[in-house]
Design a protein around this ligand. Structure first.
Ligand code: AMP
Ligand code: GLY
Length: 422
């Protein structure tokens, strides 16, 4: 079959690498253009949001399956658009994608289907928000802008002053535009955060190994929130906890989409807090996580072309995937100034002699050399027989690559090692 991967970051680079290995893949195309991805796929300069051009590419190249990486094209209806053109799509349609693009929709969906989540209140008016906060007077509290805010629309507020300032930023100053027209004020949950992804065909699912992202920029979970500075997998939970995740989160999600007639084929990604009262959903994403995908795909011992196509056709061929008995780690190298104002144009060296898998995100190729061209520049990934070996190899790779302003966290996986030791 002919496959198109939409998206040009490290997650899509990893998806292309995996799909290239599929016995079913005849042609593999990818947009928008990435020099690094062009080494393994036919990479074209078409925007992920230019649906008309994507539609023409699909008919010209006889694309059978489109695999969508980022949330933005999904939240603008790429799956609905391409399905009408006769392309099978791995990625949900609008009514499914809105579970990521509106936190209100996601929270109300969770309540309707008894999916455990933090208690919350949706608020449309800033003076009422302040009254509500005064009345509750319980800190910390979490304040979220309803819509997409590039991962910056969540504030954990430790006192009234911080909470009022979040309300003012989101609702009055509208720092995220209309994404702040509604806010969610929610209970602060304590516990261990992890990411659960499952491949969904509309009526059933295959759960992927649980992984752990590292969202803050600096070691010890300090500094601003980012898209993710590194990941490790698997996070081995008890059989009881895994059953709770399957039964109370994933099966209830499936019941929800079936009863509400939401045609959801793709990945559901639940950001979880494992609390002392069980797992609770912090957020839903309607796509693969980045950088979690870079660690997970390396662990899965399956033909993912076949798996994605079967899910896109509504008849997933496997509910239990074969997983390698190994650990996987990813270190993200970010640019100077990330996340606020990443510097571009620094020359990258050492890529050719790097001993592990490297997936490109913010890079550009000019005159035979790679340069930084975005915040998260590269994902450096390795497998190992245990977590330490995976991390040692990935960190060795991270040291082999250089560019001015290179930043990476030195404590990826440390929390997981601690949980295992406890
Ligand atoms: P979200 O975009 O909703 O996943 O939130 C971003 C980050 O904020 C999460 O990864 C958590 O670290 C934190 N967070 C969100 N909601 C809560 C909550 N209710 N309690 C504690 N931390 C939270
Ligand atoms: N790693 C977080 C995300 O993909 O949203």
């Amino acid at each position: 079959m002919n496959i198109l991967v939409v998206g040009g970051g490290a997650r899509e680079h990893a998806l292309c690498k995996k799909l290239k290995q599929s016995a079913k893949t005849e042609k593999l195309l990818q947009i928008p253009y990435s020099k690094a991805i062009s080494e393994i796929a036919d990479s074209r300069e078409i925007s992920s949001l230019d649906f008309e051009k994507i539609g023409s590419l699909c008919s010209d190249e006889k694309i059978d399956l489109a695999v969508i990486g980022p949330e933005e094209p999904l939240s603008k209806g790429i799956a609905d658009f391409l399905e009408k053109k006769g392309v099978k799509v791995f990625g949900p349609k609008l009514r499914g994608a809105v579970l990521e693009s509106s936190k209100q929709v996601a929270k109300e969906f969770m309540n309707r289907h008894y999916i455990p989540t933090a208690d919350f209140k949706i608020i449309y008016d800033s003076s009422y928000a302040k009254e509500y906060l005064k009345e509750k007077n319980k800190y910390p509290v979490v304040i979220k802008a309803d819509g997409l805010a590039a991962g910056k629309g969540v504030r954990i507020c430790f006192n009234e002053e911080e909470a009022f300032s979040a309300v003012e930023d989101f609702m009055e100053k509208r720092i995220f535009g209309s994404s702040g027209s509604k806010i969610i004020i929610e209970e602060f949950l304590e516990g261990t955060e992890c990411s659960v992804m499952a491949i969904v065909d509309g009526k059933t699912f295959a759960m992927l190994p649980v992984s752990m992202d590292h969202k803050r920029l600096r070691d010890g979970d300090e500094g601003p929130n980012t898209g993710g500075m590194g990941a490790v997998a698997p996070v081995k939970l008890s059989a009881e906890m895994t059953d709770e995740i399957k039964n109370e989160i994933l099966w209830r999600f499936i019941t929800g989409i079936v009863t509400e007639k939401i045609d959801y084929r793709g990945v559901i990604y639940a950001g979880l807090m494992i609390t002392k009262n069980g797992p609770k959903v912090l957020e839903f994403n309607c796509r693969f996580g980045d950088p979690e995908t870079q660690v997970l795909l390396e662990l899965i011992d399956e033909d993912m072309g076949e798996i994605f196509m079967s899910a896109a056709c509504g008849s997933l061929i496997k509910e239990e995937l074969n997983i390698k008995n190994m650990y996987s780690a990813c270190i993200v190298l970010s640019a100077q100034g990330y996340p606020e104002n990443p510097r571009k144009g620094d020359e990258i060296s050492g890529l050719e002699k790097c001993s592990v898998s490297v997936f490109h995100a913010g890079t550009k190729f000019e005159n035979g050399k790679y340069f930084t061209n975005g915040g998260r520049v590269l994902s450096v990934c390795a497998l190992g027989k245990d977590l330490k070996e995976a991390l040692d190899k990935a960190y060795k790779g991270a040291e082999e690559i250089n560019f001015s302003g290179k930043h990476f966290r030195k404590d990826i996986g440390a929390k997981l090692e601690k949980i295992k030791a406890d």
